[in-house]
Structure formats: C-alpha cells, structure tokens
Design a protein around this ligand. Structure first.
Ligand code: PIF
Length: 385
C-alpha cells in the first residue's frame, strides 16, 4: 500500500467536530424551486447552497467505506458462505450514514473535481473524480492490502410531489485477492420523504443481488423492505445466502441504520453494528465521526493534494465554516466559470477526458504515482475555482 506516501501518517488525531453547525434554512422555499422546474431534470437546476451539506458526492462515495473492517474480515474468512454474509453486511453498512442525513444534499462536484482520502488506520487509499457533468457521474477507486473497491455512481431523480426518488445506476465492485473473489452488486432506490413540509426522512428500498463473478459457489439476495405507515419494519433488511443449487445456507436480517444478524432469533449472531453518533450530531448535519473527518484540510496536506481536491473548493469550505452568504456567491461564481469552460470546449470541439479514470470509469492507476513524483504541486492542473 501507499504507506510511504508523504502526508499519510502525520497525525495522531483527526478533528472531532465541524467548525460550525448547519445554518438555518427555514427561509428556503423548496416548493418555489421545484414548482418552477416541473418535469425538468433537477440535476440541471442550480439549487441554493443552503440545501447542501459541506460534503460532495465524491466524499459520499468514500463514506460507503466507513466499515472497511468488514472487508478485512471477509478477506480472512475461509468459508465462502460466511464470507458472503460478511460482504452483505458491508453492502448494507454503506447505507447506514444516510439515516440522519435527510436534511440536506451533497454538493454536486465540478467536472474534473477530485477527492482523495488516505486512512492509514484502515490501511486504505481512496480516490474519486467527477467524470461527467450532465449527467453527473462520479467514479472512485480504493486500494488496500486486503481488498480493492471501485464504482461509478449516476442518478435519476423522480419528484413525486411529497417525496423524491433517487434511482442509482451503476455497479459496485470489490475484489478480495486472498480468495481471487470479485463481488458485484447493484444499489437500491433511495427516497426522501416530506420533501416540501414536515420532517424529512430517508428510506431505501429494493433488491440487491451480490454475485461473485469468479465463483458460482454462492449468491446473496438482500431485500430492503419498503415501510408502511402501520408496520414496524422501518429500515428493515432481509437476506439469504444461497449455494449453487439454490439452497439457503444463511439467513440474514437487520436494519440498515443499526446492524445485521445471521441466523434465526434468538440464536442469531451479530455480524455488524453501527458506531455511536458524535455529540450534537443533529446540529451538525447529522454527520457521523467518519463524515466529520472527510473534509478536514490539515496544513501538512496542502502541498500534496492536487488543487482540484474538494477540500479546496471555496463554497463548500465557506458553508462548512457557517458562512452562508460567501458560500452562495462563490457557488454561483464557480458554476459560471464551469459554464465558460464548457462553452469554450464546445466551440473548440474538445471532448472532456477524465484525468484519473478511463473508459467505463475504472482507474488508470496514475493518481498515486503522480502524487509521489513529480507531485501535483509541480504539475499543470486544471483550474476549477
Ligand atoms: C448545479 O448543481 P446543484 C446544477 O447541476 C446546475 O445545473 C449546474 O449548472 P449548469 C451547476 O453547475 C451545478 O452546481 C442540482 C442537482 C445536482 C447532484 C446529485 O448542486 C446528488 O445546485 C443528488 O444541485 C443527491 O441537485 C440528492 O445533482 C440527495 O448534486 C438528497 O438534483 C439535485 C438534487 C435534488 C435536490 C433535492 C433537495 C433535497 C434536500 O449550467 O452547468 O447546468
């Protein structure tokens, strides 16, 4: 792993809290915005910065890696059925941080914006890049000694009046070199309820199939149960691990915001449980500790990161610091710069090429090499803001 990368092990502590609480956005009339854009693709509408949280969709993909210890465990588990059950827990854990997050949306990264995250404690290096603007597509890749993780994320929005559905397109991948496994799965639909009034809340529903493309020994099916008003099955997930003949080897059940169990109650075994939330999380965008740490910019890293890294994006930083007016004017300025770049490219018949990903959004393996030598500070970089 990139353990020798400068800047990967310079501290013993990460920040325990955000610099400022989320601003009051009760003055934002979402209905006015949505009403004026009925039938329009909402990803083409510029939203007020007050709707945002100080993280972008690239950092959101990194959040799905909060529980990589599950991948480490899977990589050390001989039994393929048990390994699949742990993979299922990892897949579900990727949704857990969304529980307290219905209040805001992530920043939409600029085309070419990047994000890196080195977690020496997890033995993991993550990079992501916004590879398309319309439609918004984010690609990411994470390396560790025990696993490789990659995915690209693209959304379709459906606005239903009271709620909004986010339909993800794309495949998530994990490779475990210790067993030569390559797991693939899809994502479920996310629904934000009470988009216009009342308390907003998030639900995930649909089916996920986890396959190991390198072995047909087993398959896992997960159902994120759609709740209804009368039932207590909010956030419930049920699943089965099946062998080649379709025989059920393991039964899984739990809640995506709490944890996952394997077996039948009362003798079921807990595979995974969510961590505790930080103090006053309600005031701070509902962020977990892991989320709080994602946008931290420490001086040691300033010269190592490419200037396209989300940590340098000024509107997001202003919002994080509670400076909403500056955030709003910077968001507009930066979006205009992007429009100018796009127009110039169109006029000159230039097609945008991602910098760190190639066709169908897999890594081109250049990021960490360039970071080491010559170093981004010694290179020409896109000027996004
Ligand atoms: C701007 O993005 P916003 C628009 O894309 C705008 O069209 C573009 O101008 P251009 C600007 O450059 C962009 O900055 C709009 C849209 C973006 C996402 C994907 O940030 C994440 O202003 C969605 O936002 C996840 O947002 C939602 O898409 C999770 O960021 C809840 O469609 C949406 C989201 C709908 C918001 C609902 C509010 C829920 C709280 O001229 O280049 O086209």
């Amino acid at each position: 792993l990139n353990g020798d990368l400068a800047g990967s092990a310079f501290r013993n502590g990460r920040r325990p809290s955000l610099p400022a609480p989320s601003p009051d956005c009760s003055n934002i009339n979402l209905w006015n915005i949505l009403r004026n854009n009925i039938g329009k693709d909402l990803s083409k509408v510029s939203m007020p910065v007050e709707l945002n949280e100080p993280l972008n969709t690239l950092q959101h993909m990194c959040e799905e890696l909060e529980y990589t210890e599950l991948l480490d465990r899977a990589a050390d588990t001989e039994d393929p059925y048990e390994r699949m059950a742990i993979m299922a827990a990892f897949v579900i854990s990727g949704y857990s941080s969304t529980y307290y997050r219905a209040g805001s949306k992530p920043f939409n990264p600029l085309l070419g914006e990047t994000y890196e995250c080195i977690r020496e404690d997890k033995g993991m290096c993550f990079i992501a890049e916004q590879v398309s603007h319309h439609p918004p597509i984010s690609a990411c890749h994470a390396d560790s000694n025990k696993f490789t993780f990659w995915q690209d994320v693209r959304w379709k929005n459906k606005f239903w009046g009271k709620s909004m559905e986010i339909l993800p397109i794309g495949t998530v991948n994990v490779m475990l070199p210790s067993f030569g496994d390559h797991y693939e799965w899809n994502k479920v639909t996310t629904c934000v309820h009470n988009i216009l009034s009342g308390r907003r809340w998030i639900e995930h529903y649909g089916e996920i199939t986890i396959r190991n493309t390198k072995s047909s020994a087993c398959i896992c099916k997960l159902t994120f149960v759609k709740g209804n008003y009368w039932s207590s099955n909010v956030n419930e997930v049920q699943g089965i691990v099946m062998d080649q003949e379709g025989k059920v080897v393991h039964r899984l059940f739990g809640k995506w915001h709490e944890g996952l169990y394997c077996g039948v109650p009362p003798s079921a075994k807990c595979i995974w449980r969510t961590g505790s939330m930080p103090t006053d999380y309600e005031l701070y965008y509902g962020f977990t500790r892991f989320a709080i740490e994602l946008n931290e910019l420490c001086p040691e890293m300033q010269d190592l990161l490419p200037p396209t890294d989300a940590r340098f994006r000024p509107d997001q930083r202003h919002l994080e610091e509670g400076n909403v007016e500056m955030a709003a004017s910077e968001k507009q300025r930066i979006e205009d710069l992007q429009r100018t770049r796009r127009k110039w490219q169109e006029e000159n018949d230039i097609k945008h090429e991602p910098r760190f990903f190639k066709e169908r959004w897999v890594t081109n393996n250049t990021y960490w090499e360039l970071r080491k030598s010559p170093g981004f500070i010694n290179m020409e970089n896109p000027n996004l803001w």
